[in-house]
Design a protein around this ligand. Sequence first.
Ligand SMILES: C[S@@+](CC[C@H](N)C(=O)[O-])C[C@H]1O[C@@H](n2cnc3c(N)ncnc32)[C@H](O)[C@@H]1O
Length: 247
Amino acid sequence: MAIYDTLGTTYGRTRQPDPRVAAQIHAALGAAADVINVGAGTGSYEPPQTVLAVEPSHVMLGQRPPGAAPAVCAVAERLPLRDNAADTVMALLTVHHWSDLEAGIAELRRVARRRVVVLTWDQQVFRERFWLVRDYLPQAAAFDDTRAVPADRLAALLGGARQVPVDVPHDCTDGFGAAFWRRPHAYLDPQVRAGISMLAQTGEDALAPGLATLTEDLVTGRWHDRYADLLALDSIDVGYRLLVADV
Ligand SMILES: C[S@@+](CC[C@H](N)C(=O)[O-])C[C@H]1O[C@@H](n2cnc3c(N)ncnc32)[C@H](O)[C@@H]1O
């Protein structure tokens, strides 16, 4: 069973694509004539010129909206596609789930005629800048240490890539890990946590002490005192990165 057959049951509810994040991704795609989306999930951020989505989870495929690009059930490590099948191949927030990263990246490069775009995060930056994992949930940071792909390693596998920071808006509609950086109460919602693999896979027992402290800090006002600087910001860079490789 694909891992997102378990993790992805509520994805469509908490993970709506954010237009500002979409603009950053679409700028990285450039003037792509056609796009293949690998690890496509429910279809977030697919531009109109998407010709195919590749996704191993039937639960995720079942949440693709009507009218979305055609999709095939397959993994990145073995793409059922010919060489040079599309101008650009994108893989968004997915490489950390792959069982064989090297094979998957080699497949992206084989299938792309012109460009590969990968959205991931720099774990070192994320750990240092994101208050939730730095100050409340070190267990989640430790879990991410085991699976995060260092940006430099990814860039090397891509044969060289430019790294573009992706800022997270304060009201981001795509509920990924740091989306609620200015809305701390959201992390107390089990449905929000279920839509964030870092938290869902760390497990509720391990998160419980940190969430209890967060609850208390929100009740007493300590959180707002401690992070007053954040409340004045509209967006932040906590380590999300687009890697853009011309092949
Ligand atoms: C966090 S979701 C991201 C989905 C989508 N790209 C987005 O940005 O909303 C991660 C996706 O990667 C998929 N995935 C996991 N392992 C994979 C693999 N080996 N090859 C391709 N996709 C995979 C999951 O099924 C899931 O849909």
